[in-house]
Design a protein. Structure first.
Length: 98
């Protein structure tokens, strides 16, 4: 494989927006994940045995929901950051398009 030297992209004017968005999404995920952990700890795991959908218990549905949430958040993060870069007139590599 051809590995060329990394190109210096310079400062990213969208870094503040990206950081705030990333931290906000991380905190949202942490709250949802904390709900999963609390449901296991507080209810001694009994709540997770309840069948909620198509014969699947809450543990499986909630766990899959966490995975889907992470994927959706990644897609939303990419979309919003790309829009911000375009609004600032940056190219796809984060450098000034001019």
């Amino acid at each position: 494989m051809l590995h060329e030297p990394a190109q210096n992209s310079g400062p990213d004017p969208a870094v503040g927006y990206k950081t705030r968005l990333g931290v906000m999404m991380f905190l949202i995920y942490c709250v949802v994940y904390a709900g999963f952990v609390l449901a296991n700890v507080v209810a001694d795991g009994r709540a997770m045995q309840i069948v909620v959908f198509a014969g699947l218990n809450l543990a499986v549905v909630y766990g899959m929901g966490l995975i889907v949430l992470a994927l959706v958040q990644a897609l939303v993060y990419n979309l919003l950051c790309t829009r911000r870069e375009h609004a600032l007139g940056l190219g796809s590599d984060g450098r000034d398009a001019a």
